[in-house]
Design a protein around this ligand. Structure first.
Ligand SMILES: [Zn+2]
Length: 639
């Protein structure tokens, strides 16, 4: 079911670039120029205004509860209720966003911690005051609704919202049964928290010898950095030590995983869905064929992945390529980017999106909508967030790596999606599903990459860009599809009554991973326990959206760049659509049909072309090195 209270949280977090290298000296906020810091006054002029709004919301909540028992009987009351809940919801969104964003700027400030906690309390109160609404709404007959749409002026604004609720009516149980389901959900969520506690706190990873010979205590974060080591010995030691540690907890982890899958299957069966997969994708009104189609299409197009693995092995001078060699550097390091240089490049890259889009981009960077630099106790990572009453904002922790420039383009994609949606949609449709959100962000990354490749002539820099593009597609489309494939087969095993044990899960993971990465990649037995490491396996059937989004984004970015006015108009229409249509229909309007293999095939074709270019560039690099045994290297700083 779509959760009414979720509309207050339109936050989209970055998928990429969450790991940052801490600077030796941390900046304090007072040391940063204002133009690089958020101006949050578009939400509230000060905390006193926030307090006043809080009091207003609190006073209005009982008015919502007074509609209980009325909206199912009268179209006029239904409209009045929806109008009021949207109005209060808009204030609540503003309230919550301001509190959280203020808190994120300096998480030490008690005043903002208090605002955030208070906003959580009132959000819960608002949610509780609405708990009766969905069952009452879905009990309205089609005949009554048809009549009310005709008789009650303005009710048809809510048609798509109501249709989406009604669509899921078949899976809503009786009020008493729903109450039991709600009570049980708290118990069901325990396996996820237990797995999290095990992964993040209880498991103590051993020390391994790092590049400089010193001992390093492993963690998931350190592990990722060590995978980029130039030494195969260090990579191997880190990978095997990390997975060996997970192996010690395999039985507990398997039991938690089985319990999570079991809870999901129970809920799907209790509600009458065909399967757990059906329940998960139906939330976005997506058909299970989209999911199955992704897996079969990626699998049918894996030859370039094998070729890439072979190129990697040769470039690294290895006789065997193991999983832990997949992030080892085969190209030089990208030069650093000044923040302004990055923006100028992003703006050049986004030119195909036309004058209106670029006008919005101008606002984003000139009106203090971006908080740019890392400062003491600021929230890490990057995101795009805002409220309908203000505008979208972006949080960055910019250090100047190539990744940071891409993160900026990515978050700008979310921000401009929100900007268009706020501009063209009424508040009720001003949010959008994750299924479409990551299309807008990865679309911008694709335009930036295409621009860099179209304008860069220096072979070393081209090599860096091509390699990064390949790694992005490999990590986002192929690896996430492997995970989606594993998830599906794990659920099917449970649904068929096969036990999910440490042995059966590890065997399944080995089978699936081999189908994608073997024979070119050697899969050490320790990797059989990878399933223990993926937190997303507790957000059932979620990861496939990364793969479908990137595929759609690649297809659409080519369509816009090779197309004319109509293709651009289609894409901007998609950005302006919010949740006024279902995700697949929005994408169809933009020009991509995710129910067919075509966009996935196109993405995999692009992957193949990039691997071919990598092959040429690596051969050229090798030839150049052999021709000049003692080359005079120029520094590869930005021109
Ligand atoms: Zn994102």
């Amino acid at each position: 079911m779509r959760d009414w209270t979720m509309r207050v949280a339109g936050v989209v977090f970055a998928v990429l670039g969450l790991a940052w290298v801490a600077e030796a000296q941390e900046l304090e906020r007072k040391d940063v120029e204002d133009k690089y810091k958020w101006d949050l006054t578009a939400m509230y002029s000060d905390n006193a205004a926030w307090d006043a709004d809080y009091a207003w919301i609190e006073s209005k909540i009982p008015e919502l509860e007074a509609f209980k028992g009325k909206v199912g009987k009268s179209g006029k009351d239904l409209k009045a209720f929806l109008d009021l809940s949207v109005e209060i919801g808009g204030h609540l969104e503003n309230l919550t966003t301001y509190a959280n964003m203020s808190h994120h700027l300096d998480t030490r400030v008690p005043e903002y911690l208090a605002l955030r906690d208070r906003s959580d309390v009132i959000t819960a109160k608002y949610g509780a005051a609405l708990s009766w609404f969905s069952p009452e709404l879905t009990s309205i007959t089609d005949a009554n609704l048809t009549k009310w749409y005709k008789d009650v002026k303005g009710l048809d604004l809510y048609k798509q919202y109501i249709a989406n609720e009604m669509r899921q009516k078949a899976y809503v149980l009786s009020p008493d049964e729903e109450k039991l389901m709600a009570m049980s959900s708290e118990v069901f969520n325990q396996s996820e928290s237990a797995a999290e506690a095990l992964r993040n706190t209880d498991i103590q990873f051993p020390e391994i010898k790092g590049d400089d010979g010193k001992m390093i205590k492993l963690s998931e974060g350190k592990y990722r950095a060590l995978m980029e080591s130039g030494s195969p010995k260090v990579r191997r030691a880190a990978a095997l030590a990390l997975h060996d540690e997970y192996a010690k907890y395999k039985n507990t982890m398997a039991s938690l995983m089985a319990s999570n899958v079991g809870a999901e299957v129970f809920q799907a069966r209790a509600r009458g869905y065909n399967s757990a997969l059906h329940m998960a994708v139906d939330n976005d009104n997506v058909d299970t064929t989209v999911y199955l189609n992704l897996i079969s299409t990626v699998k049918a197009n894996l030859a370039p992945l094998q070729k890439y693995a072979k190129l990697r092995r040769e470039a690294l001078g290895l006789t065997e390529l193991h999983f832990y060699d997949f992030s080892a550097p085969i190209v030089g390091e990208a030069p650093n980017w000044e923040y302004e240089t990055g923006i100028a490049t992003i703006k050049n890259a986004l030119q195909p999106l036309g004058a209106e889009y670029m006008g919005g981009v101008e606002d984003v960077f000139s009106k203090r909508w971006v908080d740019v630099y890392e400062t003491a106790a600021k929230r890490s990572g990057a995101y795009s967030w805002g409220s309908y009453k203000s505008h979208p904002y972006m949080l960055l922790n910019y250090h100047g790596t190539l990744d940071d420039v891409f993160t900026n383009a990515h978050e700008l994609g979310h921000t401009m999606h929100t900007w268009h949606t706020y501009k063209y949609q009424p508040q009720i449709y001003a949010d959008y599903a994750i299924f479409v959100a990551e299309v807008a962000s990865t679309f911008n990354e694709a335009l930036l990459m295409d621009y860099l490749l179209a304008t860069e002539t220096d072979p070393e820099k081209r090599l860096i860009y091509v390699n990064q593009y390949i790694d992005n597609i490999q990590g986002t489309i192929i690896r996430q599809t492997l995970f989606a494939d594993f998830e599906l087969r794990m659920h099917r095993m449970y649904e068929n009554g096969e036990p999910l044990t440490a042995e059966s899960l590890s065997e399944l993971y080995r089978t699936v991973a081999s189908e994608y990465y073997a024979p070119e990649v050697v899969i050490d037995p320790q990797y059989d326990f990878t399933w223990e490491r993926i937190p997303h396996f507790y957000s059932n059937f979620y990861v496939y959206k990364y793969a479908t989004s990137m595929s759609a984004a690649l297809a659409l970015s080519e369509r816009v760049q090779n197309g004319g006015e109509q293709e651009l108009k289609d894409y901007l229409g998609f950005l302006s659509g919010g949740s006024s249509k279902y995700p697949l229909d929005l994408l169809k309007g933009a020009g991509v049909d995710m129910s067919t293999p075509q966009p996935i095939e196109a993405a995999m074709k692009k992957f193949g072309e990039l691997v071919d270019e990598l092959e040429v560039l690596l051969a050229e690099q090798k030839a150049a090195k052999e021709a000049k045994p003692k080359p005079k290297r120029k520094s590869s700083g930005l021109d």
